[in-house]
Write a protein that binds this ligand. Structure first.
Ligand code: SF4
Length: 336
């Protein structure tokens, strides 16, 4: 498939954050510990303490070239921490994570917005690795929305079988390809309100596409993001849209996409759902949930995954920055 202008933007969006991330300064551990102890021990916040109100861009993406509409969201710490201390701690965690994962990137292989959109839809209920092992055959056979819209569903089902729920996923990707062709001239739209009209595309998928294929800031509230922001007491909301708004209020909009990568990468490598590797966690001094997982450094080290544990990553074609940092590509489908 020919590389479009949007595909070039995609490549730029993947490269851009690395330099910015390496600029983050690391504070001495002792200092960090003191800051955390203070924050965690925290004075009780009076109920009437005035909330810090942070300007937040509206969740609805703006038309190209227009300024984002702005709404105001109050920072509301779930614990005794003050709103200002919460903002500082949250931003500090993000800076630390930027140092831990300077090569963080979306973990789905893609070369253009269409591929990213399809891969994100396929990633429901399975790993990015499995999607990455499946999509090369899919995109080789159906490189454009027009090709996939006209596909024989049984042939697509056969290709998608390794992803699980392959019949429903076949319906979704053919359906969304038809909608792209019929409504958007075969192009993936770059606006949230248009993306969510596509079958099988919700806000989470739309933000992944906007953030990584169009360079528009977005917060991806997946299962890792939800778990980690609760452990860090950034919010006690449980609804993904409310989490998105609460966390968005803690950070400048320009940080949202990289923040999402950092949090999700940390959730996949160190801060696991069942056994977080607290004893090997570089942000332990900033984490109110330290001790929820394994604290013995040697035992915790054995829990690390992907490049942190010396294993291959999820992408068959990871960005160069990942390879330069010692990361390894994932094996193709069927390889040992
Ligand atoms: S200290 Fe433990 S719970 Fe906190 S972020 Fe690290 S691994 Fe997760």
């Amino acid at each position: 498939m020919k590389k479009t202008a949007t595909a070039k933007k995609t490549a730029a969006a993947e490269k851009a954050p690395a330099a910015k991330r390496t600029a983050a300064k690391k504070a001495p551990t002792a200092k960090r510990t003191a800051a955390v102890t203070k924050a965690a021990a925290g004075k009780k916040t009076p109920a009437l303490r005035k909330a810090v109100v942070v300007k937040e861009a509206a969740s609805v993406a703006e038309p190209a070239g227009k300024a984002a509409p702005v709404r105001k969201t109050a920072v509301a710490p779930p614990s005794g921490e003050s709103p200002t201390a919460l903002v500082r701690r949250a931003r500090r965690i993000n800076r630390e994570l930027a140092e831990v994962y300077p090569y963080a990137h979306p973990e789905l292989d893609f070369e253009n917005p269409f591929q990213l959109l399809v891969a994100t839809v396929l990633s429901a209920q399975t790993t990015d690795l499995r999607v990455n092992q499946t999509t090369p055959a899919l995109f080789a056979r159906y490189p454009t929305p027009e090709d996939l819209a006209a596909a024989n569903p049984e042939e697509v089902e056969e290709i998608l079988r390794p992803c699980g729920f392959f019949r429903a996923k076949t319906r979704s990707v053919i359906g969304l390809s038809k909608a792209l062709v019929e409504t958007f001239g075969g192009e993936v739209p770059g606006r949230l309100e248009e993306l969510v009209t596509l079958p099988g595309v919700g806000r989470k998928t739309a933000f992944v596409v906007l953030g990584n294929a169009f360079g528009r800031p977005g917060i991806t509230v997946d299962t890792h993001f939800q778990r980690l922001v609760r452990r860090w007491r950034w919010t006690d909301e449980t609804d993904p849209d409310k989490i998105e708004a609460a966390v968005g209020a803690l950070f400048p909009k320009s940080d949202w996409t990289d923040l999402s990568h950092h949090v999700i990468w940390h959730g996949r490598r160190i801060c696991h759902a069942r056994k977080p590797a607290c004893g090997a966690c570089p942000i332990a001094p900033l984490c109110p949930a330290y001790g929820e997982g394994e604290t013995d450094p040697e035992k915790a080290k054995k829990l690390l995954k992907y490049e942190k544990g010396g294993f291959p990553g999820q992408r068959l074609k990871p960005p160069q920055a990942y390879l330069d940092a010692g990361g390894r590509p994932a094996p193709p489908l069927g390889a040992a």
